[in-house]
Write a protein that binds this ligand. Structure first.
Ligand code: ADP
Length: 217
């Protein structure tokens, strides 16, 4: 069964939602660079403050910063037998660095799960997204509304919008994805990492089933 996996796709394709579930099922760590960066921002570290200025504008955080974070995370014992990377690599140079690391360790990426969705769906998912400040649960005003507006169904925490989900930042994130991140798919193919294209439109369980079939069954 595949153990070293990447989940790839545009903002709001559903990477985080499915990655958490799949990593749980496969008992491998879910390593999401976006989550790690947001944690550093919340902790108010110098590193976090620097990353925050890029994220708010919808820009990619510089490769050296993200690489440092990721190399440290991959060296932890729980990642030695496998991992699910979410939101990394997002540039050709990040992909090269990961490839070099895999080569040094005599390891390989077993599968790339490439989520696909039309741009109108992505925009609606992002503009409706609400995150619980208490427990991190994700709701959507259009697709998965909370029972009580503005409050989390699970813990009653306040629902908030991500700092980079405003209109200008979203446009910039989608543009960065198109211009800088999409070419990374060709790198995966050239490196012979098996790429599975997954249609991410549809009910959450249905999309998860497609992902699961690619790596578990
Ligand atoms: P999404 O995929 O929905 O945009 P993420 O949580 O994966 O959200 O990422 C949020 C932001 O964090 C990105 O827009 C970017 O600024 C930064 N980021 C995350 N991962 C990377 C990465 N690998 N390289 C550069 N920047 C990153």
């Amino acid at each position: 069964m595949s153990k070293r996996l990447l989940i790839f796709g545009p903002p709001a394709a559903g990477k985080g939602t499915h990655a958490k579930r799949l990593a749980g099922e496969l008992r491998i760590p879910h390593i999401a660079t976006g989550d790690m960066l947001r944690k550093a921002i919340d902790e108010g570290t110098q590193f976090g403050r620097h990353a925050d200025s890029f994220i708010r504008r919808g820009e990619l955080v510089p490769d050296e910063l993200v690489m440092a974070l990721l190399q440290e995370r991959l060296a932890k014992p729980d990642a030695l037998q496998g991992f699910l990377l979410d939101g990394f690599p997002r540039t050709i140079s990040q992909a090269r660095a990961l490839d070099a690391r895999m080569g040094e360790q005599d390891e390989a990426i077993d599968a790339v799960l490439a989520l696909e969705a039309p741009i109108e769906v992505l925009v609606k998912r992002i503009s409706g997204r609400q995150i619980c400040a208490g427990c991190g649960a994700v709701f959507n005003r259009f697709f998965r509304p909370a029972k009580l507006a503005g409050r989390c169904d699970d813990c009653d925490g306040a629902l908030t919008q991500r700092s980079d989900d405003g209109e200008a930042a979203v446009r910039q994130r989608l543009e960065q994805y198109r211009a800088v991140t999409t070419p990374v798919l060709a790198f995966f193919q050239a490196a012979q990492w098996p790429v599975h294209a997954i249609d991410s439109v549809g009910d959450v369980d249905e999309v998860y089933g497609r992902l699961r079939r690619a790596v578990v069954d």
